[in-house]
Design a protein around this ligand. Structure first.
Ligand SMILES: Cc1cc2nc3c(=O)[nH]c(=O)nc-3n(C[C@H](O)[C@H](O)[C@H](O)COP(=O)(O)OP(=O)(O)OC[C@H]3O[C@@H](n4cnc5c(N)ncnc54)[C@H](O)[C@@H]3O)c2cc1C
Length: 486
């Protein structure tokens, strides 16, 4: 079949732009690539009407991964500020754990403009202001997309050999896909965090590095402040900050019932800002580069990536594939990794003349080997953390997290909690004993799950059996986690 383009990238956000650049790079611009976004060019990549809602933090290592492979550099103005790592504080603030590693604070409004310029130079075409609603099929093969042109209100249709879906967490294309039973369409509500943040300038208040540090992204774990999630103060300069938090809805309801309150996410964020003593007179940024992006709420998934990332003629990347890391909702790193590698997988499939599920399958394996092997273990660990009390978190961070565990977490791996065995019988209190058992349990499940992901089937045929075993282990783990809940 003759198609309008070789590859269509649905969604010109962070992941979609990198995917388009990657296809262009790996095909030496031989393939024609079209990016379709619902926004006009001046606000391309915008997640919602309120902006590019994000904490804006990414590791330098992830950006280097892209630059080294597909020769796409990021610099100023999209990199707004540099940090030395992340500092996580326990609820009682007695323990702080540094996760070192150079990182960047991005300007998410600027970044897509840089990506747009660079993609155009790499030969990528763009259609703007198109609301995509469905995939087009020929038999059992995806052959394009359809939607509505927002400027003319006319129906819009474009065909391609492969469609890359990068339309974000709420993807209608993934939700409605008809030619696969392997790709999941929807996720459990408990695997979604409601989050929000402000980008603000402030006057210097008290000197307190637990509240603001120009060199570190600060994370506050606290089930009263951010139930089932965490709150953050990420520096964007000496007196500029990205400040916000994420919660899990059922945990917020429990917290509100426990404290006799009726707080929602926005209310919690505003309370969090006003109680910060290092930040005086906070006001939303009026910089032109934050003009459409100073405040807003959005959702982020915190589970393993979709069990299958490919279907006939169709692949998913970034938030559409639920790639953000289950432990901290960091989605930029995995979106960069997957976006960078997807070009090679798609180009290889097109050049081999096989753009079926089987021809695109290698993308599943490459993503798992690079990143996805660890996500289901972290999903279980995250579910356990959400059940803990503030006292348990403080105790656990003080006594159970050794240097090796901190190192593992900073690499995005599941900690082994070797300290717990050394601690043995001297753990104080029934709740802390339960916590120790829970942590050892998630570490054990993680070993099995990691091994299982490394045994991801090499071809689609083995998938059903592989998935059956995965889901049995996950279901058993969730039932067991209930017994650790207080
Ligand atoms: C509050 C918050 C804080 C976060 N903090 C961090 C952080 O500090 N570090 C980190 O690594 N990650 C963070 N994340 C996650 C990170 O922002 C995402 O993982 C990342 O933006 C994913 O990029 P994406 O391109 O996959 O999706 P998106 O950024 O959502 O882009 C999707 C694009 O597709 C377009 N689109 C959607 N639907 C359609 C349609 N029907 N038709 C046409 N176009 C469409 C959208 O307009 C947008 O341009 C955070 C998320 C939230 C919500």
């Amino acid at each position: 079949m003759k198609t309008d383009h070789d590859v269509i990238v649905a969604g010109g956000g962070l992941a979609g732009m990198i995917a388009a650049q990657s296809v262009s790079y790996y095909s030496n611009q031989r393939l024609s690539v079209l990016v379709i976004d619902r926004n006009p060019p001046v606000v391309v990549g915008r997640k919602t009407i309120n902006g590019w809602i994000c904490g804006d933090a990414v590791s330098k290592a992830a950006v280097d991964y892209m630059t080294e492979r597909i020769k796409v550099p990021w610099g100023k103005p999209e990199i707004e500020h540099r940090v030395k790592g992340v500092m996580a504080f326990s609820p009682d603030r007695e323990t702080s754990i540094p996760f070192d590693g150079d990182g960047y604070m991005l300007n998410r409004q600027q970044l897509p403009q840089t990506q747009y310029d660079s993609a155009q130079k790499m030969g990528v075409s763009f259609d703007f202001e198109v609301n995509l609603a469905n995939l087009l099929y020929e038999g059992n093969q995806v052959v394009g997309v359809e939607g509505t042109n927002r400027k003319t209100n006319e129906p819009y249709k474009k065909t391609a050999r492969v469609v890359i879906d990068a339309t974000g967490v709420a993807s209608m294309l993934r939700n409605g896909i008809k030619n696969t039973t392997k790709m999941e369409r929807k996720i459990d509500r408990r695997d979604v965090e409601s989050t929000g943040r402000h980008i603000m300038y402030f006057d210097k208040g008290d000197e307190d590095l637990t509240e603001f540090d120009p060199d570190y992204c600060i994370i506050h774990l606290d089930q009263d402040i951010a139930p089932g999630g965490y709150a953050w103060v990420f520096p964007k300069g000496q007196n500029k900050v990205n400040i916000g938090l994420g919660i899990e809805k059922s945990r917020l309801e429990k917290r509100n019932a426990r404290l006799g309150k009726k707080d929602d996410v926005s209310g919690l964020i505003n309370q969090y800002v006003s109680r910060n003593k290092a930040i005086k007179n906070p006001r939303l940024s009026k910089d032109s580069e934050d003009k459409f992006n100073a405040t807003g709420n959005w959702q982020v998934s915190v589970r393993r990536q979709n069990d299958c990332l490919v279907a006939n003629g169709f692949v998913i990347v970034g938030d559409s594939a639920w790639m953000p890391k289950p432990l901290d909702a960091g989605g930029i790193g995995p979106a960069i990794i997957a976006g960078t590698m997807i070009g090679k997988n798609v180009v290889d499939a097109i050049e081999a003349g096989d753009v079926t599920e089987k021809g695109l399958w290698q993308y599943n394996i490459d993503f798992i080997n690079q990143y996805g092997y660890k996500t289901s273990g972290l999903e279980i660990f995250r579910r356990l953390l959400q059940t803990l009390t503030n006292d348990q978190i403080s105790y656990g961070m003080k006594h159970f997290l050794g240097d090796l565990d901190a190192e593992a977490i900073s690499k995005g791996e599941h900690p082994k909690f070797g300290m717990i065995d050394k601690f043995g019988m001297i753990i104080r209190g029934a709740l802390n004993k339960k916590l120790a058992q829970g942590l050892k349990f998630t570490a054990k499940q993680n070993s099995w799950l990691t091994e299982h992901y490394y045994n991801y089937p090499k071809v689609p045929d083995g998938f059903e059996e592989w998935r059956k075993q995965l889901h049995k282990t996950l279901d058993d783990s969730y039932s067991k986690l209930d017994s650790f809940e207080n």
